[in-house]
Design a protein around this ligand. Structure first.
Ligand SMILES: Nc1ncnc2c1ncn2[C@@H]1O[C@H](COP(=O)(O)OP(=O)(O)OP(=O)(O)O)[C@@H](O)[C@H]1O
Ligand SMILES: [Mg+2]
Length: 418
């Protein structure tokens, strides 16, 4: 996967064209390597532009869970076109967002069988005000952060993730069909006997454990790799002596076989886990996790049937964040939470660029939230990236070190700013 440093290609966007995307009927923006700043008053469409770039890279929006709000009100279809220069060969990504039917993606004019085949063509790291939820929000936000990064690192995990979500959904539907204890309160006809459900559950347990193990071991590996980058980035943003900020992956289930054998679980400390498993191959780890998850599913089965929810698996795991040994959620100040969210993104950028071409960096409105010291430190860290797209309602908030082309966004049109 890694490429020798001297063969690295510079990857950057050369053009972004939108049709009926968000507030834009039509816009066509030429882009260059280095820094591009989009200024303009609130609500003029700055974030809409960079949201489209993020969508071209990840097939998701950083602020809308569904695609419907991305299509211009009254239109049936939105189109995002992103032209990417990769040094040797250029790529054109075209995404059609359709109201009420499947989206379509073309790469270099050729339709893709599955949209997710486009993942990896353009890689981005997007910083946005919504990132505060990484620290203050539900565990689901942090799991999504890990899975998105996993896919950006290795696009094949998009399929692993999709498989797991499908299996989880079907297994949950099966649990619900068993109905609560005594079979009360569920619509007749839908309900199956517990015996019938139990027989089918064995099969779904196996599927869930297999796909779940692959996902969670990959996440554990990722967190291990990310950890030193987060620590370093946090100090770089917040200032020396303000840390340490630490991250750890915590599974939602114990490994019954390990506890039964009397061997203590290494308390979730990733270093301990990784030392203990240093001699294990990736395949060994996945198989061990699969056995643990399967055993855990058997243990919780009766409560699962009572409650109609799936109680063990990576969909209930947590990425724990702490600052000076206190959980960030609930303890960290607003500014500290912000710095930690930035550190998570900066660490992602470090990890994605190591041995590979730089991802495109997107900074949506982040400087307004930071004090002058943090602003300058962040700007210094990102200034070396191949391409940086910045939005700011108040251009003076953008530190001077980030100089480059400056557009003013107003009423759906872009003009060169002085
Ligand atoms: N599907 C849509 N159809 C039409 N207009 C939309 C759609 N979605 C969003 N908008 C409009 O786009 C505008 C928001 O654009 P955007 O979020 O890019 O603003 P911004 O320039 O980033 O503002 P701020 O400085 O406040 O962050 C709003 O006026 C909103 O009404
Ligand atoms: Mg905005």
């Amino acid at each position: 996967m890694s490429v020798l440093a001297d063969t690295l290609e510079d990857v950057h966007l050369t053009r972004l064209a939108l049709t009926d995307f968000r507030s834009y009927a039509a816009v066509d923006v030429p882009l260059e390597p280095g820094v591009t700043i989009f200024g303009g008053a609130n609500g003029e469409g700055k974030t809409n532009l960079v949201e489209a770039v993020g969508y071209a890279a990840t097939l998701t929006s950083h602020r809308a869970a569904q695609d419907a709000p991305l299509i211009r009100a009254g239109a049936e279809q939105a189109i995002i076109r992103a032209a990417i220069s990769t040094g040797s060969n250029d790529a054109l990504v075209e995404i059609e967002l359709n109201a009420g039917r499947a989206n379509r993606v073309r790469l270099n004019r050729a339709p893709l069988t599955r949209p997710r085949e486009v993942l990896g063509v353009l890689r981005t790291v997007l910083f946005a005000p919504e990132d505060l939820a990484l620290v203050k929000g539900d565990p689901g936000e942090r799991r999504r952060f890990l899975d998105d990064l996993l896919v950006a690192m290795a696009p094949r995990y998009a399929a692993v993730r999709a498989d797991y979500e499908r299996v989880l959904k079907q297994r949950t539907a099966l649990l619900k069909s068993a109905g609560p204890k005594g079979g009360l309160g569920r619509a007749k006809g839908v309900q199956q006997s517990r015996e019938a459900v139990t027989a089918t559950l064995d099969v779904w347990d196996a599927h869930l454990a297999r796909t779940g193990a692959e996902l969670l071991v990959a996440r554990e590996h990722l967190v291990h790799a990310l950890r030193p980058h987060v620590e370093r980035a946090y100090l770089a943003v917040a200032g020396d002596g303000r840390g340490p900020a630490e991250i750890a992956y915590r599974r939602s289930f114990e490994a019954p076989d390990e506890t039964a054998a009397g061997s203590e679980r290494p308390d979730g400390d990733p270093d301990v886990i990784h030392r203990a498993r240093a001699d294990e191959s990736h395949g060994d780890r996945v198989r061990a996790a699969e056995r643990s998850l399967r055993a855990a599913l058997l243990e919780v089965r009766s409560s699962e049937l009572d409650r109609g929810v799936c109680l063990a698996g990576p969909h209930r795991d947590e990425l724990e964040l702490s600052i000076r040994a206190l959980p960030a959620r609930g303890y960290a100040s607003h500014g500290e939470s912000w710095s930690l969210a930035l550190a998570l993104r900066l660490a992602s950028f470090d990890l994605l660029r190591s041995g590979r071409e730089d991802p495109v960096l997107i900074l949506d409105d982040v400087f307004a939230e930071l004090d002058a010291g943090r602003r300058d430190r962040l700007a210094t860290l990102v200034a070396t990236a191949e391409q940086v797209l910045v939005t700011a309602a108040v251009p003076a908030d953008v530190p001077e070190i980030l100089t480059g082309r400056h557009f003013t966004v107003s009423a759906g049109a872009l003009t060169d700013a002085p």
